[in-house]
Every structure is written in structure tokens, then in C-alpha cells.
Design a protein around this ligand. Sequence first.
Ligand SMILES: [Zn+2]
Ligand SMILES: [Zn+2]
Length: 343
Amino acid sequence: MADQGVVLGSPGAIALEEIEVGAPGPAEVLVRIEATGVCHSDLHVIQEDGWGHAYPVLLGHEGAGTVEAVGEDVGDLAAGDRVVLGWKTACGVCATCLRGAPRQCKRPPAAAGRLLRRDGSVLTPVLRTGTFATHTVVPRVAAVQVPRELPVEQACLIGCAVATGVMSVLETARVWTGARVAVIGCGAVGLSAIQGARIAGAAEIRAIDLDERKLEQATRFGATHTEPGPVDFVFDVVGRRSTVEQGLGLLSSGGTFVLIGLSPGGETVEIDLPRLFQKRTTILVSHGGDHLPQEDFPKLAQWALDGTLDLASMVTETAPLAGWSDALEAMKGGDVIRTVLLP
Ligand SMILES: [Zn+2]
Ligand SMILES: [Zn+2]
């Protein structure tokens, strides 16, 4: 059967179409996508004019599947391996990587030109992965082996929401045991941050969301309170003026504000600088929780297997690839934690 993918051909024009998937080149792998979460960043790509991706765009970036073929120079993965795809890889050769900070690398490698539209035009896979598809080709470093015992519809969530939320707490902010934490925005990333805070041993975890349904869910993932209060750490998964202002207002002296959510273009906020100084507030940006797929995915997968992380409860629905449109609508409406498409 021909390969298929959900393609954003031009602004606003999205369709499930036949695509052509080439063979993996050196240091690349061909992966059969078996599950892919529907994440807000795909909506961001659609709503923010491609978000820096050249048209036509192959949507999807939170995928897991099975390796079908490997290119030259790939000795440590083989056909049949279960992998989660990672978008926040490191190049290993830039100045940032060479000074020992691969988590801050801004030059992740891409497998260029392997995915084509039927008219021969080259597709740009979202965040170098392109998982709303039956197959994709990624750099070897972007395919991380995980145990097959972890159900694939749970495994895929590790690729974006779970890595982003959990690692924002453990890596970006390094929340300490006994800390008081607030999470603003309790979708899949927010619930993952709540789980990260639980793993870090936070004493208080405040879930903040305008949607009552999400607050109720948050308590099942570890939130201890569902109303605002003074905290040491705020994780803003929304990224709007109102949430940043609210978050800064909740911080106690010496507190840390962590921006996770993608703001719409042009969003700004005013900050009271004397107050910032007086409170000695730290402001951090979490780029996907500063995760590194090769290091973090195996650990997150193991936590899911041993019950430390609850991924099963995050999968609200599964649907075939053709259900992409309904899945995006359900996400906009806040009706689901995650819809996972099964290509
Ligand atoms: Zn680098
Ligand atoms: Zn995502």
C-alpha cells in the first residue's frame, strides 16, 4: 500500500495524501510509525504560517514505531527495534555541543529530502520528524530504542509532551524535594509537569486551569491543590500575558518562573522590575524541557513501565490517521488529554 501522510500544503490547506518515502541515507533510519500523539505544536505550525517550516509541511512530531531499515553507518539499531522519535537532538559538533551543553544545541540534524509529495516536491517534516504518516525517515540520533513492553500508544507521548513536561521540572528548573510548585495549563504537557513535580518530591503541586475538567484530571496525576497560592516554582505551559502575570504574582521570594508554552507571535508582557529585583525572581525558558532524547527517553520509558509515570491515563482516545482533523478539533476544545493516531 502506498504511504500516506497529513500534509499542510499551503496556509490552511491540510489533507491526508499519498506521499513517497525514500530509503534512509547514511546515519539515517526508516521508521514505520505505529502511534503519534496530536500535540499543540502541530496546531501552532498550522496557525503560525508554518512556524518556520517551508511548505509543503508533513505534520506530526510525537511518534513511535518500528525501525524497518537503517542506512550506512548505523550499527546500533536494526530492523524490528521499537523506537520513539525525538525532535530535540544535538548535532555534536557546534560550539554549544563542544562546550558540553548538547541540551542547548540549536542545530539538530535532519534527514533532508527523503519525504516527497506525489508531485515530487520535497516535504518538510515538522520538527524534523513528520509523524502523521505511515513511514518517515529521521537521523539515527532521533530514533531512540525503548522496550517493546511499553504499549506504543503510550510510548509516543514520551517524544514530546512527556519529555517536555517532566524534564522542565527535573532538568530546566531542578525542582527540589519539598518545593511548592504551580503548573498553569493542565493539558498533556502540564500533566507531565505535574508528574515531574511528583517525581521530584514536591510538597505542594498546584494545578491552575480555566477548565474544571482539567483540574479534576490534574489531581489524579499528583496535583495536591486546584487553586492558586504562593509557590517556589511556576511552570507556565500556556505562555500568554495573563498567565505570565499570574505566575510571577504567585512566586515567593527567590522563586523561579519557567516559560514552557509557545506564545502567539507578537505576545508581550510588562514586568515590574523593582518588584522582580526585590523578590530575586529567576525567569527561565524551557525549550522542550531541555531534554536530550538519547539520554532521557530510556529513563522515561522505564518510569512508565515501573509505574512511576502514568502514561496510560494520558491517552484519552486512539484513532486512525484519517481521524487527524477531529483530533485537532478535540484538542482545541480541551476535550481530550491526548488523542493518539495509529497510522
Ligand atoms: Zn550542536
Ligand atoms: Zn509537541
